[in-house]
Structure formats: C-alpha cells, structure tokens
Write a protein that binds this ligand. Structure first.
Ligand code: GTP
Ligand code: MG
Length: 431
C-alpha cells in the first residue's frame, strides 16, 4: 500500500438558499401580505479523525469536496431545505493547514476529533421577514450567502510514544517485529523500510505503548540524499527516541561515527528533534563474539554521551527485556503528550466577521471595510431598488456616510462598500 502523508485539497461549503418574495393569495386581495419563506442554510464541510485510516492516499484520487447548497425559500412562508453537510474522514494525527497562509488551523489527534473547515453560507430571509410599520409589502428578500471555498494542506504526523531512528540496516524493523505484532519488511539492504510502521508494545501489566519504525536516515538526508528527511515528521510527536546503532560493522565502519551522523541529521531537521529525550541502543550484539570488545564499544559510547547505553540483539533476544524496562521507566517520567503543533484560531472557516467598519482611501477611491458591512452587502439583492434603499438606510444609521463625509467624500462620488460600488450621498440627503 502506498503511504501518502501530505496532500492538498479544496473544500467548499454549501451556499445558503435565496429568500423568496411571495404573497399570500386571498380572494379579492391583490397582495394578501408577504409570504416568502427563508432560504435554507448550506452544509458545512467537516474533517473528522477516524482510526480505520492510516494514510492520506484517498486524497490523491479525490481532492475536491463540496457540501450541499441550501434550497431557496418557497411561498406560503415555507423555508428551503438545508444543504447536506459533508464530513471528510482523515487518519488520526492529521494536521490541517490553510494553504494560503501556511498556518495550522486544526490538529485532529484522537478518533472523533472534528473541525469545521468551511462553514455553511446562511440562507437569505424571505420578504415576510422585512415587514415594518411603514413597509407592509416588502418587495425584496435576501439572497443566500455564498459558501466558503478554500484550499487546505493535510499532513499526517503519526502519534506514537517512541520513535526508532538509525542508519539503514541498523535493525529498526527487526526490533519492532520482535517486540510488537507489527510485521514490517526486513532485509539486509538499505532502505527496506519506505514508509512508517506502527507497533504496540505491551508491558507485563497489559498497558501498551505505540512505537514507530521509520525509514533509515543517512548522511546528507537533509539535502535529499537517500529518502531525504521528510519522514522525520512522523517522530516529531513521539515522546522518546530509540537511537539504534549497528555494532556488527566494526571492521569497515566506526559505530560511534554512525551515531554522530544521525545526531547531525536530526539537528539539521530541527533542534526540537535533536533535543528530544533519547536512549542509545547498540544492536546485533550476537554478531560480536568477544564480550570484551562489546564492553569496549559500550564504554566508548558511554564516555561520549554521558548516559547509559543499552546493548541488545533482536535475533537472540538478548537485552530486550532490560531495554523495554528502561523505555517504560523513561516514558513514565515524560509528559503524556508531545504537542508540537501550534494551532491558530481559524478565521476563514466562517463568514462571521462582525468587525466594525473603517474608511480607507486608496488613491481617489474611498473604501469602507468591515465584516458587518460585507455581510450586509452580501445579503442584499442590489438589482432590487427596495432592497438597495433599505441597505443605504442601514448605512446611514450605522454612520457610514458621516465617516465618508469626514474622509472628504463628495456628493455623487463612487465609494466601495463590501466590495460593491455605491454613490456617496451626504448623510442628510433623502434616501
Ligand atoms: N545478527 C543480527 N542481525 C540483525 C539483527 N537485527 C537485524 N538484523 C539484520 O539486519 C538487517 C537489517 O535489518 P532491518 O530490521 O531491515 O533494518 P532497518 O534498520 O529496519 O533497515 P531500513 O529499513 O533499511 O532502514 C537484516 O538482514 C536483519 O536480519 C540482530 O539482532 N542480529
Ligand atoms: Mg526497516
């Protein structure tokens, strides 16, 4: 199975349905009172973390998602139907970024975690909602709000307690296959592992921890050599790293140099990863016949890193229990979760910007900017004179024209409000 951990998708929420202009039919009465129903709201687009996915592969085939639009309002004050909501399933550990800003907007870690990434457009109100003492027969209704369309980057960062790192062939996959039920491919050539494997390692009391086996790193990985180093994102969220060093290669290579190569590559990826708690594990001890040379290697490592160094053989199972005990002990002292994602509040999923307005001059044109005004313009049918007159009255009541006057607007001048052009009228002119 192909493992995909980085995709770009487009999501679009449903537009709200337009409000309706309709009249009650009564015998002998031309306009029996307004009876136009509201348009239905559109559907939201939601991302949800689920356990039965572990790659973003599906998004390679389908990357465009749209929720249903709301239906338009009907006569007899009947409201339009709501648009269908769209829930997109993603694997646990999916981080969601706004593609435009690059900011993380959601981190879906646990099954059931959800984020609304595109909020539905609201349905427009029908004409019966615009009745006032002086306006018994409103000839207009609100259009529905548009949906929100945006691009997102989804990135899978696995969630595991322990990450296995080391050069290719260090014995990472062999170790996880021996201490968990995971059955990754194992072979005596480099880059056997191309995509991460997760395994659950059980303690004697039944508690389990999750271990991640990832591809091997080599010198220059940060410059793209070998498999590069992007896959390190899968151990960013681990609490502890097991650094496996093959000591069966002493003839041609120095294991301590191998160790340093990996440390240097971790640092090139991020200081955070390089400084993550680490346990150094010398592997393939069965291949070293002489116990004294084994001790000598261990001593050299301990002198270098000033910490305990473990020695194992996955093949003969030597040292495995001691290693697991050390891992469980270290984990017990470490915080439960490693949150490395700083999620910013997602301001683009909803059209609910209620900010007040400001007047800006851009050359000769005066712009009035503000979320509240944007919304008002959006839900006004500007081809309809009555609706537009109402909008202009609201502008006046909000003090928009006063502010435009202060900013030097001349009667008849074009001003831009909510992205639409209007003619400026002094505040005391009749609507
Ligand atoms: N003698 C001995 N050989 C081992 C031991 N552990 C792994 N090997 C062998 O080392 C080779 C590489 O093992 P893998 O587990 O595939 O190594 P890896 O670190 O996952 O390698 P990549 O996936 O390529 O990064 C295989 O031929 C294994 O059989 C061990 O404890 N003793
Ligand atoms: Mg492997």
């Amino acid at each position: 199975m192909q493992f995909v951990d980085h995709v770009r998708i487009t999501v679009e929420s449903g537009a709200g349905g337009d409000g309706m202009v309709a009249w009650r039919r009564e015998k002998f009465v031309a306009y029996g009172g307004p009876a136009g129903g509201d348009g239905g709201d559109g559907g939201n687009v939601i991302l949800e973390a689920v356990t039965d996915l572990n790659t973003l592969l599906d998004f390679k085939y389908k990357s465009h998602f749209k929720a249903g639009d709301g239906e338009r309002g009907r006569s007899k004050n009947q409201h339009g139907k709501r648009g269908e909501e769209l829930t997109i399933q993603v694997p646990c550990g999916t981080v969601v970024y706004d593609a435009e800003t690059g900011k993380a907007i959601a981190d879906l870690i646990n099954p059931g975690d959800k984020a609304i990434v595109a909020g539905a457009g609201r349905g427009g109100r029908g004409n019966s909602r615009f009745v006032t003492a002086t306006r018994q027969a409103p000839q207009f209704a609100e259009p529905g709000e548009p949906g929100i369309k945006r691009e997102l980057i989804l990135e899978l960062k696995l969630i595991a307690d322990v990450g296995l790192i080391g050069l290719p062939n260090a014995g990472k996959s062999t170790l996880i296959s021996v201490i968990s039920a995971a059955k990754p491919k194992i072979a005596d050539y480099p880059f056997t592992t191309l995509t991460p494997n997760l395994g659950v390692v059980r303690k004697s009391d039944g508690d389990g921890i999750v271990m991640a086996d990832i591809p091997g790193l080599i010198e220059g990985a940060s410059e793209g050599i070998g498999l590069g180093h992007d896959f390190l994102r899968h151990i960013e969220r681990t609490r502890l790293l097991l650094h496996l060093v093959d000591i069966a290669v002493t003839e041609e290579k120095d294991p301590l140099e191998d160790y340093k190569i990996i440390q240097a590559e971790l640092k090139k990826y991020s200081d955070k990863l390089a400084n993550k708690p680490q346990v150094v594990v010398l592997t393939k001890a069965d291949a070293i016949g002489d116990p004294e040379s084994l001790d000598a290697i261990r001593n050299r490592f301990e002198a270098e890193i000033h910490d305990q160094v473990l020695v194992i053989s996955a093949v003969s199972r030597q040292g495995l229990e001691e290693m697991l005990n050390a891992v469980f002990r270290r984990l017990a002292d470490l915080p439960q979760s490693e949150d490395i994602i700083e999620v910013e509040s997602d301001t683009k999923a909803f059209l609910n910007d209620d900010s007040d307005f400001e007047v800006h001059r851009a050359g000769k044109v005066l712009h009035v900017l503000g979320g509240k005004l944007d919304r008002l313009v959006r839900v006004t049918d500007l081809r309809n004179g009555a609706a537009t007159r109402r909008l202009v009255n609201i502008f006046k009541a909000m003090g928009v024209f006063d502010e435009l006057g202060k900013a030097g607007a001349k009667p008849g001048q074009t001003v831009v409000i909510g992205g639409q052009e209007f003619e400026y009228q002094p505040p005391d002119a009749p609507a």
